[in-house]
Design a binder for this molecule. Structure first.
Ligand code: SAM
Ligand code: DTB
Ligand code: SF4
Length: 328
């Protein structure tokens, strides 16, 4: 496969083709991914998104990786839905730290209709600060999706998490098709889609390929593709999962870049366990977004000044949110 082929936006990937991309010599893969990256993006810019958990823990779902499931004893303190003022305060700090997008996450299977007015208010207030908005609240009905879009939500995050085949090993309380339905509702209501998954859960390479194949074969590629490295949280069934080979992680980023050349690929959860060299290699492979500021939803992320120093040493600049350009 040539770098030329890697830069074309396609939706007809087969698993064999994706596996062939994965198994190229490492340097060929990274070179192709970097060439493709440069065709659509400034290679020296990274988008910064800050997360806030707006409702924490006590989730009825059984996602085996998740510290927020009520089924696992992870010692997490649960919290009810935050007040709008608390969300605004956190968003102001994120903006002052240099973030361009504020992502609000709730430990819900799906939102209750009665919660929608409060989250719509959060969207309006955070947007008014000049930040892009993203939410991840679980499954959405068509009507809920429309309401979030009407409130001005820019992105909705809902991950496929893994391949169709491995999915049943990870979650049993909602189906893969449920997830695809939510993504279709989000797309149809006009919001941008943020969808990715987690690696390092004990899946095989064919599952990582399967995840990327599902994402890239959606009718429109997600604008944002978070690739999370499993954060092993004590008390979850995945607490003692084995390390994934770091080069396999980098390959996953590079293949995502080749398959979805115009999408932002986010080097997401798991950076606390990655050294600077590995993160630099992920940027080389085409990652151009990170979660920024010291907390993900419930677990630790590198401190803002540690990240700024790393980006500075690499000559990478944070991307600014161009609200005006975006609305034209
Ligand atoms: N409850 C909603 C849902 O599941 O759609 C939204 C929040 S949920 C925490 C968002 C995503 O975070 C999950 O789909 C998963 O991909 C990611 N995530 C959760 N726990 C993680 C962990 N321990 N390591 C890496 N990613 C994780
Ligand atoms: C995504 O793909 N990763 C983020 C965000 N979307 C919501 C969440 C990562 C969560 C890591 C575990 C935690 O902090 O609770
Ligand atoms: Fe609940 Fe989301 Fe965690 Fe699954 S990933 S247990 S749905 S908070």
């Amino acid at each position: 496969m040539s770098s030329q082929e890697g830069s074309v936006v396609r939706h007809d990937w087969t698993r064999e083709h994706v596996l062939a991309l994965f198994n190229q010599p490492f340097n060929d893969l990274l070179f192709d991914a970097q060439v493709t990256h440069r065709r659509y993006f400034d290679p020296n810019q990274v988008q910064l998104s800050t997360l806030l958990s707006i409702k924490t823990g006590a989730c009825p779902e059984d996602c085996k990786y998740c510290p927020q499931s009520a089924r696992y004893d992870t010692g997490l303190e649960k919290e009810k839905l935050l007040k709008v003022e608390q969300v605004i305060e956190a968003a102001k700090i994120a903006k002052a730290s240099g973030s361009s997008r504020f992502c609000m996450g709730a430990a819900w299977r799906s939102p209750h209709d009665r919660d929608i007015p409060a989250v719509a208010e959060m969207i309006r207030e955070v947007k008014a600060l000049g930040l892009e908005t993203c939410m991840t609240l679980g499954m959405l009905s068509e009507g809920q999706s429309e309401k979030l879009a009407d409130a001005g939500l820019d992105y909705y995050n809902h991950n496929l998490d893994t391949s169709k085949e491995f999915y049943g090993e990870v979650i049993t309380t909602r189906t893969y098709q449920d997830r695809l339905n939510t993504l279709a509702n989000v797309r149809n209501s006009g919001m941008k889609v943020c969808a990715g998954g987690i690696v390092g859960m004990g899946e095989e390479q064919k599952d990582r390929a399967g995840l990327l194949m599902e994402l890239a074969n959606l009718p429109v590629h997600p604008e944002s593709v978070p690739i999370n490295m499993l954060v092993r949280v004590a008390g979850t069934p995945m607490a003692n999962e084995e390390d994934l080979d770091p080069f396999e992680f980098i390959r996953t980023i590079a293949v995502a870049r080749l398959m979805m050349p115009k999408s932002y690929v986010r080097l997401s959860a798991g950076r606390e366990e990655m050294n600077e060299q590995m993160q630099a290699m992920a940027f080389m492979a085409g990652a151009n977004s990170i979660f920024y500021c010291e907390k993900l939803l419930t677990t630790a992320n590198p401190k803002a000044n540690t990240d700024m120093q790393l980006l500075g040493r690499l000559g990478i600049k944070p991307e600014e949110y161009q609200a005006v350009k975006d609305s034209q």
